[in-house]
Design a protein around this ligand. Structure first.
Ligand SMILES: Nc1ncnc2c1ncn2[C@@H]1O[C@H](COP(=O)(O)OP(=O)(O)O)[C@@H](O)[C@H]1O
Ligand SMILES: [Mg+2]
Length: 1074
């Protein structure tokens, strides 16, 4: 049996430990705690749960990469079928398949005894453990860890009928309390808090949020605690549910006010259980921490390391520190020397100190998405869980010193009473003593009463509060059956449908203002004091935006009064999203849950012309998309990136406007095919274009950089709001280099052009007019480029050097020049004259890209660049590259004040003539064989032996050969057809030469055909053309088209004629035709 020890105190201390005896007993308790410390170690229990596919995953045709047998989880790398990884945990829950939804909406196993783990079975293992521990007087902690959307909140809190661990735990706790009523008196306190950006917010507080959040303090006995956190005494489970509802509502409104992302916040519920065993005169108390952690995906920098500004100071400090603490503890558990456990580095780890390596029984539930696209995240969750399960805690039963004090005060009172009665017998002499004793007695009694009444008093207050809450909930339910209303929709499903605003008869102003009589007050980015007006006339509801405010209905911006229909989607301001619910008579039995956050954003994107089909416009080569009806998962990922970033961009724009930053953000879909040397990769990527409104400077941010910056912007914005309210520290304006809206100017990749290298494999010169395409398909410029095969000293090759068979190049030297003559029609410079450009490219395996010198202020600048490349010993790899790939020419935009791109010579090889050497790896290979003399000499003698043997067999073969030749000659003379055969073989080269010439002619004519095609492509009507000029355009177009087809016909038919002539001649000469 473990001995009871000191506790972490729960109540505001009504009585100090002034009584010397109480202090002594406390010290004893601490001693006992230390003794127990040496005893029972207890490892963190870890459970893993995998959820069903969500809509996105189903749309993407995801495969499930997780499998489970008993407590072993196996995860399969979708790109590598060979390499499954298995992990073993205390519990493994299969909630992915084999379930059905019953009438009450409960997810249950399809068949009795099926493998599906429902909420009940998860509770049976994990919840019961926690409950049992708490009832025994241990501290207990339950942590949910996993990426956003993996099911943490589903497991912890639950959705609808599928109640999670917390409500069920509370329900069962009160049941247990009632069962044990005879043996103990119990007190339950409930608190709920959120940690966002290292700030603690009390989710149950009735007061407004204090700037900077609540303080986390440390006391020796109590450890870390949140100062001033509201702890609500509770008597039953429905009271707890109400408090949770209240907490979620606070969380939701705070998230919209501060446009904070709930997936970055940690939600903590603290249930404090105090059990007073009257007969034994002991009190056990335990703290139950129930933690829904922030999404684990933020833990990695997700590419933002490229950003100049470090990630938001505290965006994931708590989660990162939790990781560090867990790692350190896991190392310590396997006997590694660990000097320091960084509990103090973050708010979360301070509060969870006892849960991790301390006085608590701890359970972690790690939640996983089943989908292949989440493989990396799931793998990282499993590794994390694997580490967590090694952590050893030292839980002890807690006994409250406060109760001991009551006991001791009572004992002391009894003694005082005895002394008093004795004094009474001793007469007046003792009067003074009596007075003193009575004073002590009263003092002690007051203290006892204070301890005992505190609970009663608080409970009464809390119950009153609860009744009020209950009344307002009942009122809300009634209103829902009477009036239409708008329902909040949040990115986090857990926070959706929490806030309702009713639209009763008449006109209702909606906006920031809350002082108006007929108003609905909402807060959020881009919401005006008076934003719009709802009017409900004769059971018809319409919405009219007020001047300057943004209102979107079903994806479209409205500027006039618009009548609303049941289930219309509203976006007010930057991103306050609501679903309109009509009068009860209009509500069918439809499923509202399909109108989730994704639905709103997809609808908005569709209105901008971005939807999945539009992203698939250029089907991939050999793509089976249409046939399978399945969207390419990578395109789907791009689409979801787009709709995820869209509201964030809108919010960033609003913040920029309010903070007078003068920059505008715009989403772009970059087509990565443009920088692929094979040109057929369909990958796309989201980027954010940042433009300064004043001087048109432009930056292009990656998604990761934007997400990081957005967080920093939010921080800045919150500061600004606090300053406006006079709550902030004021302080200096942010220096420019720490401003998330600012960046130094960098050269910008405007677009790329592909110069195909195939002609080099035949040593044919190529002259091209290349279209430089921007990532969104815009024509950025026309680039005149040449590829000229040449001699080692740069003289052009003649037509006779053309090769029929490229393999003739193998292991021979190849020299060629890339000439960039001119860039025409630069869109970048047309937009602002004070700009410049450079062209960058990297030939085959060059160590560094080469950049042309910068040319400024010119729409059609001459480049006049000639670069000589040489391959000294052409390899098969280079030959393949020439035949299948293009040189990607990048057009870089320069802006005034930005650095120019410089070609670096690091690792670049030059030939003695000053040419850039390519195909270097192969040259090295050959050099190596020549160089490694020592190895060669070793095998030299062996080779010489071989050579000797070969020589003798050669001599034998030669003799045999001569005999055979003689026999053959005799046979030829007999048949009489020998001479023509000989002639045929001697004619061969001249036929090849003719063929080469024909090809050359064809090739040249094809170049003009291509030029004509490019002219056709560029020929577009001007944007403001009228009917007349359109007609003229069509005529011109027809002319161009006719020329084009004539040219093409001519080229093809002359090739046909030439080839036919060659074939005919060849046959004539070979004597097939007489
Ligand atoms: N075990 C499960 N069974 C059914 N649906 C689930 C399960 N786990 C999660 N979900 C659903 O997945 C979505 C995201 O889950 P949620 O718990 O909110 O994720 P998290 O809190 O990890 O971000 C919710 O719509 C939820 O209903
Ligand atoms: Mg959640």
């Amino acid at each position: 049996m473990r001995k009871p020890v000191h506790s972490i105190e729960m109540q505001p201390r009504a009585v100090g430990v002034r009584c010397p005896k109480a202090r002594a007993s406390l010290e004893q308790a601490v001693m006992r705690a230390k003794a127990a410390d040496m005893a029972g170690k207890d490892c963190v229990k870890v459970a893993v749960r995998v959820r069903p596919f969500n809509k996105r995953e189903r749309d993407a045709g995801s495969r499930c990469v997780i499998s489970m047998t008993s407590n072993t989880i196996t995860i399969q790398d979708p790109r590598n079928g060979q390499n499954p990884r298995s992990f073993c945990f205390d519990y493994a829950y299969w909630s992915h398949s084999g379930f059905t939804r019953d009438r009450s909406g409960l997810y249950v196993a399809e068949e009795p005894g099926g493998r599906y783990a429902d909420q009940g079975s998860v509770f049976q293992d994990l919840g019961e453990v926690i409950l049992e521990n708490a009832l025994q007087g241990y501290n207990a902690t339950l942590l949910a860890y996993g990426q956003t959307g993996s099911g943490k909140s589903y497991s912890m809190v639950g959705y609808g009928a599928n109640k999670g661990l917390v409500p069920t735990l509370c329900d069962r706790l009160f049941q247990a309390i009632r069962t044990n009523e005879d043996s103990r008196q119990c007190q339950v306190f409930f608190s709920m808090l959120e940690i966002y950006n290292e700030q603690v917010a009390d989710l149950l507080s009735r007061a407004s949020r204090c700037p900077g959040g609540l303080r986390v303090r440390e006391e020796q006995q109590r450890g870390f605690y949140v100062e001033g956190l509201r702890t609500v005494p509770c008597e039953n489970a429905s009271q707890v549910e109400q408090l949770m509802e209240q907490g979620t509502r606070t969380r939701t409104t705070a998230a919209t006010h501060m446009n904070a992302n709930s997936s970055r916040s940690h939600m903590l519920i603290i249930v404090q259980l105090k059990q007073i065993f009257c007969k034994e005169s002991i009190t056990k108390q335990s703290n139950i921490y129930l933690v829904d952690l922030a999404g684990s995906e933020r833990q990695r920098a997700s590419g933002s390391e490229a950003d100049r500004l470090k990630e938001g100071t505290a965006i994931n400090l708590s989660l990162t520190t939790l990781g560090h603490v867990i790692s350190a503890l896991a190392d310590a558990a396997v006997g590694k020397k660990v000097v320091h456990i960084p509990y103090r580095d973050s708010v979360l780890t301070k509060l969870l100190q006892s849960a991790l390596g301390g006085n608590s029984r701890t359970v972690m539930i790690a939640t996983l998405s089943p989908a292949d696209i989440c493989y990396e995240e799931s793998m990282s969750t499993l590794r994390y869980a694997e580490r967590a399960k090694r952590i050893q805690n030292r839980p002890v039963v807690n006994e409250s010193p406060t109760e001991r004090l009551v006991k001791e005060l009572k004992a002391e009172n009894a003694r005082l009473m005895q002394r008093l009665s004795r004094l009474g017998h001793e007469g007046r002499r003792a009067e003074d003593n009596t007075m003193e004793l009575r004073r002590l007695l009263t003092h002690n009694e007051l203290q006892i009463r204070a301890i005992q009444t505190l609970w009663e008093q608080h409970l009464q207050e809390a119950l009153k509060d609860c009744e009020l809450q209950y009344a307002s909930i009942t009122q809300e339910r009634r209103m829902m059956q009477m009036y239409p209303y708008i329902l909040n929709i949040n990115e986090d499903a857990q926070l959706s449908g929490v806030v309702k605003h009713f639209i009763q008869d008449g006109d209702w102003d909606i906006g920031l203002a809350d002082s108006l009589t007929r108003s609905i007050s909402i807060k959020g980015l881009g919401i005006q004091e008076q934003h719009a007006v709802f009017s409900n006339v004769q059971r018809r509801v319409s919405l009219s935006p007020l001047a300057g405010s943004k209102v979107i209905v079903n994806g479209t911006i409205i500027s006039q009064k618009t009548e609303l229909q049941h289930l219309d989607r509203l976006i007010l301001g930057s991103n306050s999203t609501y679903l309109f619910i009509g009068y009860p008579s209009e509500r069918g039995g439809e499923d509202w849950s399909r109108y989730d956050y994704d639905y709103f954003q997809s609808e908005l994107a569709a209105a901008e012309g971005i939807h999945i089909p539009s992203l698939c416009e250029e089907p991939a080569q050999g793509d089976s998309m249409a046939s399978t009806g399945q969207t390419d998962p990578s395109l789907l990922a791009v689409f979801y990136d787009y709709i995820k970033l869209m509201p964030m961009v809108s919010e960033a724009n609003q913040m920029s406007q309010e903070l007078h930053k003068g920059v505008e953000f715009k989403l772009e879909i970059k087509n990565l095919a443009l920088s692929d040397s094979k040109g057929h990769d369909l990958e796309k990527e989201i980027a954010v274009r940042v433009t300064s409104l004043e001087n048109k400077q432009v930056w292009l941010w990656s998604k990761a950089k934007f997400v990081n910056r957005k967080f920093l912007m939010e921080e800045l914005y919150q500061q600004h709001i606090a300053d406006l309210k006079g709550e902030g520290a004021g302080g200096e304006p942010l220096p420019r280099d720490r401003d998330p809206f600012w960046d130094p100017l960098e050269p910008l990749l405007l677009g790329t052009a592909h110069l195909w290298l195939q002609s080099l494999a035949f040593r044919i010169a190529l002259e091209e007019q290349l279209e430089v395409l921007g990532s969104e398909g815009t024509e950025e410029a026309i680039l005149q480029a040449k590829l000229l095969p040449c001699t080692t000293n740069g003289l052009p090759l003649g037509e006779d050097d053309i090769l029929i068979d490229p393999s003739e190049l193998l292991r021979r030297r190849l020299d060629f020049q890339l000439v960039l003559d001119q860039c025409c029609g630069l869109r970048w410079v047309k937009q602002a004259k004070n700009r410049g450009v450079q062209i960058g490219f990297r030939m085959f395996d060059s160590a560094q890209p080469i950049y042309t010198p910068a040319v400024w202020h010119n729409v059609n600048p001459l480049l006049d660049q000639r670069v000589h490349f040489t391959s000294l010993y052409t390899s098969q790899t280079l030959l393949d590259h020439l035949q299948t790939s293009a040189l990607v020419l990048e057009l870089w935009g320069l802006q005034e004040g930005c650095r120019e791109l410089l070609s670096s010579m690091e690792g670049v090889r030059m030939s003695p003539e000053g040419c850039f050497i390519i195909d270097h790896a192969e040259t090295l290979e050959t050099a190596k064989t020549v160089d490694s003399g020592s190895e060669l000499s070793c095998s030299l003698s062996a080779l010489q032996q071989d050579v000797q043997e070969l020589r003798s067999s050669n001599a034998a073969l030669r003799t045999e050969n001569n005999t055979l030749r003689e026999q053959l000659n005799t046979a030829r003379n007999e048949s009489g057809r020998g001479p023509s055969e000989r002639r045929g073989s001697s004619l061969r080269p001249s036929c090849d030469a003719e063929f080469a010439r024909a090809l050359k002619v064809f090739y040249h004519s094809m170049t003009s055909v291509r030029g004509q095609l490019q002219r056709l492509r560029r020929h577009r009507p001007s944007e403001d053309s009228d009917m007349l000029s359109l007609r003229q355009f069509v005529d011109e177009q027809t002319g161009l088209l006719r020329d084009f087809s004539e040219l093409l016909e001519q080229s093809v038919s002359s090739l046909k004629q030439d080839v036919a002539a060659i074939v005919r001649r060849k046959r004539e000469r070979s004597g097939i035709w007489p």
